[in-house]
Write a protein that binds this ligand. Structure first.
Ligand code: SAM
Ligand code: SF4
Length: 481
């Protein structure tokens, strides 16, 4: 097993000022590597956030450069890659279960290559455990090593050696990697990778490395290329998009980027995720001023209690959070705001949890993701004393979800009898006569279609509100926006 470097969390935490090197034409592929997958099939299984989904598109692109073709069928695949998420323990358990399950396919087809990549591959304990428990895993690569896929697969096929490459350095920016985009009308565009916030519960700064922003010119060129290819919507992606640009001099910040992306004229611009600490008035002005920046912000709260926020390392107080929330609501007509909330952070008392409920009453979110705290090995919160029982945590989650669901439906009801612009995603799986798509506020709409195709932006009259979606009918020539 050559070039085997285990990830190292201690090193990952030692961070100074850093400007990531840019590697252009990052895929260095030889003519023989280009033919390695001829006549063979690949299947990529992606877990987790949109950054992972985007990585999955790049992994597919690299495999296709090697002549592999995609298959939906696991039994047909010659290489199966598990592109993993490490954010919570249950995400990891699912992947471990899947590796166990895939061993059956390997028994039936010994030449099958099973690969593990993504955030779990950046965790030293996971890599050690997979290597010792699952002899069937041939390939492990980290979030910084996608460009090395051809060399690793060549090593497995031609030398019959496992390939493990996981770097724990700060990371580089890789430009020019191929990708197979999953949709033809909506695309994700990475504007940065990594995170320097080190919230005490979070594994991401370790698994994704130091914050690295792409140059504004590279982001704009990608968006322009997508627009020219007929894409209607771009999602600007990063773990903390509004810290964009802080790591590179003379580039411009996220507000500038938003304004510049808006100038490309692409119809819809979204972005995620925004850390409240980095939110500026300039960003709010950019959202308010540009019609093609969608009136939707995901603004993670995590907790409504100042003491918990402090111990989470979130760097804002609840009043500072409310101030941003209020400014967004005042500046952007009909804006929808969603959030992330963690319950059962170590030591969270009933009163502290009640503050989170109060914050939810204040913000009345359009949508929310709620989680029970999951200790991640190596993070500071995993070492904090946790005296709350799982029963209490589950009861808190239930109570929180009831309130979140109530406000979600209440917000949706405001749209009944209004006409909204919907970007059409396609027919629903079970009822092909019903199509679905999203409004500017990121509300899912299921509607009766009267003639439209995937990628069209059409008018839909909302007839009914549900907790997580709206129902409607396509109309022609009417629009109250
Ligand atoms: N960068 C984003 C931010 O700062 O809000 C969050 C990215 S993280 C992939 C998505 C969400 O997962 C977080 O907002 C948080 O609510 C949740 N999360 C992260 N670590 C967690 C943990 N250890 N236990 C439970 N939830 C966690
Ligand atoms: Fe994790 Fe905090 Fe970074 Fe978000 S900002 S990715 S929660 S460390």
């Amino acid at each position: 097993m050559s070039e085997f470097r285990l990830p190292d969390m201690t090193r990952a935490r030692l961070r100074g000022k850093y400007q990531a090197p840019i590697v252009r034409d990052a895929l260095n592929i030889t003519p023989s590597q280009k033919e390695l997958g001829a006549g063979l099939f690949y299947h990529v299984i992606t877990y987790g956030c949109q950054a992972n989904v985007r990585d999955g598109e790049v992994i597919s692109g690299i495999l296709e450069e090697m002549s592999y073709r995609h298959t939906d069928l696991l039994e047909e695949a010659d290489i199966i890659i598990l592109n993993t998420c490490a954010i919570r323990d249950n995400a990891e358990k699912r992947v471990m279960g899947e590796i166990g399950f895939l061993q059956n396919y390997k028994r039936m087809k010994p030449s099958l290559i099973i690969g593990l990549c993504g955030c779990m591959a950046q965790e030293e304990a996971v890599v050690n455990s997979v290597l010792s428990k699952y002899k069937t895993v041939d390939l492990i690569f980290g979030t910084h090593n996608l460009f090395e896929i051809p060399q690793m697969i060549e090593q497995i096929i031609t030398k019959n050696q496992k390939a493990v490459r996981v770097y724990s350095h700060q990371g580089s920016i890789y430009e020019g990697l191929p990708s197979v985009r999953s949709l033809n009308h909506k695309a994700s565009v990475n504007i940065m990778d990594g995170c320097d916030k080190f919230c005490t519960y979070c594994i991401v700064p370790y698994t994704r490395g130091q914050q690295r922003s792409r140059l504004m010119g590279d982001v704009l060129a990608e968006v322009q290329g997508l627009k020219d290819a007929g894409y209607k919507e771009v999602m600007l992606l990063g773990q903390n998009v509004n810290a964009y640009g802080k790591d590179i001099p003379d580039n411009g910040d996220f507000a500038t980027l938003l304004n510049e992306v808006a100038k490309t004229g692409i119809e819809r611009i979204r972005f995620t995720t925004s850390h409240p600490w980095d939110f500026t008035d300039g960003m709010i002005e950019a959202i308010a001023a540009n019609e093609n920046i969608m009136p939707f912000v995901h603004l993670p709260l995590q907790s409504g209690n100042n003491e918990i926020l402090k111990r989470m390392g979130r760097r804002y107080t609840i009043d500072e959070y409310f101030a941003i929330f209020d400014k967004l609501k005042a500046a952007v007509k009909d804006i929808a705001i969603s959030t992330d909330i963690i319950v059962g952070f170590p030591g969270e008392t009933d009163e502290q949890f009640a503050d989170t409920l109060k914050a939810v009453e204040y913000c009345k979110y359009d949508n929310a993701y709620s989680f029970i705290f999951s200790p991640r090995p190596g993070t500071p919160a995993a070492r904090m004393e946790d005296d709350i029982t799982m029963e209490v945590k589950k009861a808190r989650l239930l109570q929180l979800n009831e309130r979140l669901g109530y406000y979600s439906k209440l917000n949706n009801q405001k749209w009944v009898n209004r006409t909204v612009r919907v970007l059409v995603d396609g027919p629903s799986k079970n009822r092909p006569e019903i199509f679905s798509g999203y409004t500017p506020q990121q509300k899912l709409v299921n509607f009766e279609i009267k003639g439209a195709s995937v990628g069209d932006i059409i008018d839909v009259k909302i007839t009914q509100a549900r907790k997580n979606s709206l129902n409607g009918i396509q109309i022609v020539g009417e629009n109250d926006e």
